[in-house]
Design a protein around this ligand. Sequence first.
Ligand code: MRU
Length: 365
Amino acid sequence: MKINGTPYRSVWVNEKDGWSVHIFDQTRLPFALDVLQLTTPEQVAHAIKTMQVRGAPLIGAVAAYGLALALRTDSSDNALEQQAAMLAATRPTAINLRWAIERMLTHLRPLTPAERVAAAYAEAGRICDEDAAQNEAIGQHGLELLRTLAAQRGKNDKINILTHCNAGWIATVDWGTALAPIYMAHDEGLNVHVWVDETRPRNQGAALTAWELGSHGVPHTVIADNAGGHLMQHGLVDIVIVGTDRVTRNADVANKIGTYLKALAARDNGVPFWVALPSTTIDWQVADGVREIPIEERSGTEITHISGRDDNGQISRVQITPDGSTAANPAFDVTPARLVTGLITEKGCCAATPEGLLSLFPEQG
Ligand code: MRU
């Protein structure tokens, strides 16, 4: 994607800079576009835990580079296993993280220590290239859905899309998942408008999705997380498209906390609810998402405090709850497959059923 006309990915390596890894510090957006240089696996782990880098596909890609950084210091068998385990433990819900680490281990274990550093950078690079290509394909398949809506409505009628959290290019290596079809629809002249859930407590919608869409010129409106049901009741949402952190083989969908409530409201109002994902987000080992997907519990301070820019242009953090109130902060929820209209993958769209998934990925049968 482009920022001020310059194409960027969300992670890149600078060979001239000692092969360090670069990301945008997402905790600084939308008020500053700061690049972070990561030179050690500990810095990578810290960036993932604190959500300087986030989004299921992107944390997988960055962790893969984290392993490459680790091997520069010690490429022994022991170090490989230990550093892989350390990086995989940074966040529990998104399966892409474990998928990327497993793929790196499978590639690197048979090699000699001397071969591993170059091979790790090359494999992490392939993971990035594949993610960008998969998301572009997701965009093309999702675009068909939006074209169909546009055709049903009359070419110039507005198509209102609701999205939750951030599943845009900054959550992936490039393009995004849920936002990829929206960018493509906007670029080909469809009249799309996006309702952006603010996505408390970390405000990925208000801070990141709104910033991305605005940078690309896509019309959008930020709404309180609780507004979606009301908008659907009044015919103001034509389709919901969200990303996901893990889809089970039964097609249950883990995504940012609050996604389930949007799916319930969508079902009650007859609004199609679609989930966009690369196949790296499917956990074929797990069937029942509600029982089996580990849900990250984050610090209660993300609920009790909020950050933003004050009227003097300074970033401030303020408390919004009474002293002494405790806070619980489950970061994800699971939307059962029965509430999902369909899945948009790089292989095409399918029903949110085991059969639907297997029709696109028969090798998993
Ligand atoms: O906690 P986050 O910000 O990493 O959560 C991100 C999401 O829930 C996204 O919707 C999901 O990772 C899909 S990103 C293409």
